[in-house]
Design a protein around this ligand. Sequence first.
Ligand code: UT7
Length: 351
Amino acid sequence: MRSVITGTGIGIPPHVVTNEALARIMDTSDEWIRVRSGIQERRYAEPGQGSTDLGVIASRQAIADAGLAPSDIDVVLFATMTPDFLLPGNGPLLQAALGLRDIPTFDIRQQCSGFLYGLELADLFIQSGRYQRVLLVGAEVHTAFMPWHLGWDTLIGQSNREITEAERAENTTVRDRTVLFGDGAGAVVIEARDGASGLGTIRLHTDGTGAGVLTMPGVSFKRRPFVSHEQIRAGETVPVMSGKDVFRSAVTLMPQVIREVCEASGLAVKALDLVLIHQANLRIIEGVQKALGLPPEKVPHNIERYGNTTAATLPILFHECRQQGLLRPGMNIVFTALGSGLHWGAALYCV
Ligand code: UT7
């Protein structure tokens, strides 16, 4: 029995925010953002629109694409680092919004690697015979952690006031992270099927000694109280990242785990038809591609249009590759990601 992706969908929010728009509220430039990250624009959700809402849009599309009804789904896996609430998770909210049966829902919080961890669970569920139809969702609304009180509403046309110098200076203190992220969702339906197509070897890793390189210090149950005005004022609700450390890990560990997966599958790296890499930085994507000795056309990307959507990058990219006709039966694809945790991994998939 194989775990086959039979439906895909995406939830792309309405507001396009260009690099030039960001440069109006902080000291940054289109050139810096493009050269350092490859990002040209990203999408922002409406205020009040959460990652569940985007996940619902993507899921409806994926379920219909698979030719199924919501009542056919046996289990939900929802990966996000930006849930609507600390509790409950997005799983039950999505279940209610889609009108699913009272099936189990799991919330996955492996950040950028959330979709990969979801693939592993989906495959184990299907291999064990426990469930036949899995809905796996990756969705994020990162804009919630942007400092909205500093004029971010101007970016989505909700205000056209001038930013003060003090606001501009404050926005600039978080520019290294805020310019990278966007909102979005992707969903896949994974079904048990006989045949050659489906998920193959999956390898997942965690190195908790690297937990500090990408973390959000504010809103923590180690704090008393767990959230305060001071934390917000100090910018502690914006993730803190040691960009260079994450970059170094990404360009080293993703090629390594892809080799591990290929070796375990008896497949040469050169035999991979497509490598779908977590969309965090175009320089990372190109670094992994070069480290593997693959031509650029085998490594599609869409970071230029969406920025980093964390758990949503891989399902959005897979959906777009499918839409563009890049996936042909028999192709060997590998998904890979690395992010906060550190968590990383790779999963082989035969179309
Ligand atoms: O998905 C989660 C995993 N995350 C990642 O994989 C991200 C990994 N890291 C990266 O993608 C890169 O490290 C960044 C894009 C975050 C940063 O690129 P970098 O080449 O490492 O730049 P840097 O942090 O060394 O900053 C270089 C300069 C600094 O100025 P000085 O100190 O050289 O004068 C920064 O202050 O660029 C400045 N800078 C900016 N300038 C304009 C930082 N952010 C900005 C900005 N606009 N937005």
